[in-house]
Design a protein. Structure first.
Length: 205
């Protein structure tokens, strides 16, 4: 089962990237981004994509420029996540055949991102919007728009955000922080995946 949860492994190093990726996949999370302010991020993305590209959606976060997009694509990444909404970055991502999830917070940014061709939206920092704000924005967006909430959410409030119209989540420090072992990441991935499944069932009933 592929869950709409993107693991944000900020700070991961190339020599541990594949072990951390394996732990996440085994724990039930198969969408993984390496933020570009991590050590040697393209080296990590390349190693991860070569080993797990057929099992997981591997890519980069904190992608700010078209040059970054091209470097991610050249490394084998398939996912571009940004903290901001940059039309050039979105269009470059789509031109290289990558999935694009720009960071947005307002209706204007949401619609501009979709018009530029984004595959979905990353609400960031989503704790500023909350469930009430999400409901308001969701009401005017195309129903099929994937919305990922990033910043301040976890298993304890997955259900609230799913009920408000979120489809998925980006998870950072709750899943990985520098120094975490693969075993610890696996346990956290299992807890997150189980929490999402429980929340989805709760909202569906």
């Amino acid at each position: 089962m592929s869950r709409p949860i993107i693991a944000i492994i900020r700070g991961v190093k190339p020599d541990e990237a594949t072990d951390i990726t394996a732990a996440l996949i085994e724990g039930g999370i198969d969408r993984i981004e390496v933020p570009l302010n991590s050590p040697s991020p393209f080296e990590s993305i390349s190693a991860m994509a070569k080993k797990f590209g057929d099992k997981a959606l591997i890519g980069a976060g904190t992608v700010l420029t078209v040059d970054d997009v091209n470097a991610v694509a050249d490394a084998g990444g398939k996912l571009i996540v940004s903290p901001n909404m940059d039309v050039d970055v979105i269009r470059a991502s789509k031109a290289r055949g990558l999935q694009s999830f720009p960071g947005v917070l307002t209706p204007t940014e949401c619609f501009a991102a979709l018009q530029a061709g984004s595959d979905g939206l990353k609400i960031f920092p989503s704790f500023l919007l909350g469930s009430a704000g999400l409901k308001a924005i969701r009401a005017v967006l195309p129903a099929e728009t994937p919305i990922y909430m990033v910043g301040g959410f976890g298993p304890a409030n997955f259900a609230e955000m799913l009920a408000a119209g979120a489809q998925g989540f980006g998870m950072g420090t709750k899943l990985y922080q520098p120094g975490y072992t693969a075993d610890e990441v696996y346990k956290r991935a299992v807890e997150t995946a189980e929490g999402y499944d429980k929340a989805l069932e709760e909202v569906s009933n």
